[in-house]
Design a protein around this ligand. Structure first.
Ligand code: FAD
Length: 284
């Protein structure tokens, strides 16, 4: 056993401006009752208005709901000055944890030059605001731009050495892939905690999006069978998708994972289901 109880945390995303915040605020209220370890707030990779989206929600989570919050920050399209002002804004609201990202490169839109890789952002934050806790992203099934896993792990090592205190993984459906990745990290002397990102698949649209965007993610036979059999049966797909995620989590915690980060898709019912089914495992 690792001694310390694993953490259960949630990820949410800021809704589009035309959608408004009513629903997400209600969802967060419901998530508050589940006392997650932290809630992280994503940030669009070409977002010049991060103060009104990610930071505003992180502020609400941290100060109104009294739950530790992490702000995601993809920096490929940001300048150093903009990042400085984001750090100041986060300092002002007392949120001092950042998931430091490069972000995806948008077709036809060249990135700025200040932050070529997430590592550049990590180093910059370490220099500008060393009191910030910096978390990095990682990819058990290799980042799609990487030529191979050796290169990806070497780059990950540089990112961690630049100042990440922990890592959160891309979603995965095959725990064996995660265990292999943990081993590779360990061989590369990447010793920080690795938190497993888990996304319960609860509807057909989400499943279709997943199949389209996550080509490199292995879908175990058992998981594919669920998607195929219940594609047109929303209730069964939801039940089976949630049960699959719970099964993954039970296995991860049993194998001493440091933490599970649940990609909630802003759905409090998903968070509640998973919490109810697994919360006993997250205690000492
Ligand atoms: P990096 O760590 O910079 O890696 C990107 C690629 O560059 C990899 O292939 C890496 O191997 C390579 N690389 C790194 N350093 C070097 C180097 N020195 N030399 C050569 N190659 C190098 N996106 C968003 O827009 N908003 C979000 O809120 C968001 N949240 C996320 C949360 C998690 C947990 C994860 C896993 C991803 C998230 N993403 C988000 C997606 C992420 O922005 C994309 O996957 C992006 O393509 C890579 O970002 P990164 O920070 O991992 O990049």
């Amino acid at each position: 056993m690792t001694g310390q109880a694993p953490s259960l945390s949630f990820e949410i995303f800021p809704p589009k401006p035309e959608v408004g915040n009513t629903k997400i605020l209600q969802a967060l209220k419901e998530m508050q009752d589940l006392a997650p370890h932290f809630i992280s707030v994503t940030c669009s990779n070409n977002n010049l208005n991060v103060e009104e989206t990610t930071i505003r929600l992180a502020d609400h989570i941290h100060n109104d709901l009294q739950i530790p919050s992490i702000a995601h920050l993809p920096a490929a399209y940001l300048t150093r000055d903009k990042v400085k002002s984001v750090l100041t804004a986060l300092d002002d609201i007392g949120v001092q944890r950042i998931l430091a990202l490069r972000g995806d490169i948008i077709d036809g839109l060249p990135p700025k030059e200040d932050f070529r890789y997430a590592t550049d952002l990590v180093s910059f934050i370490k220099e500008e605001a060393p009191h910030f806790d910096i978390i990095g992203a990682c990819y058990p099934e290799v980042h799609p731009e990487s030529p191979n896993s050796v290169s990806d792990i070497k780059n990950l090592k540089k990112k961690v050495d630049a100042g990440c205190s922990s890592l959160v993984t891309q979603l995965f459906f095959d725990n064996e892939v995660f265990y292999d990745f943990q081993e590779k990290c360990s061989l590369a002397d990447i010793e920080v905690p690795i938190i497993a990102g888990i996304m319960p698949i609860i509807n057909r649209n989400q499943a279709l999006r997943l199949l389209k965007t996550c080509e490199n993610i292995r879908l175990p036979r058992k998981f594919k069978a669920i998607l195929e059999k219940y594609e047109h049966n929303p209730e069964s797909l939801r039940a089976a998708g949630l049960a699959y995620a719970v099964d993954q989590i039970i296995d991860l915690v049993t194998n001493d994972v440091h933490g599970v980060h649940l990609y909630t898709m802003n759905n409090a019912a998903t968070a509640r289901y998973v919490h109810q089914a697994t919360h006993a495992l997250f205690k000492h």
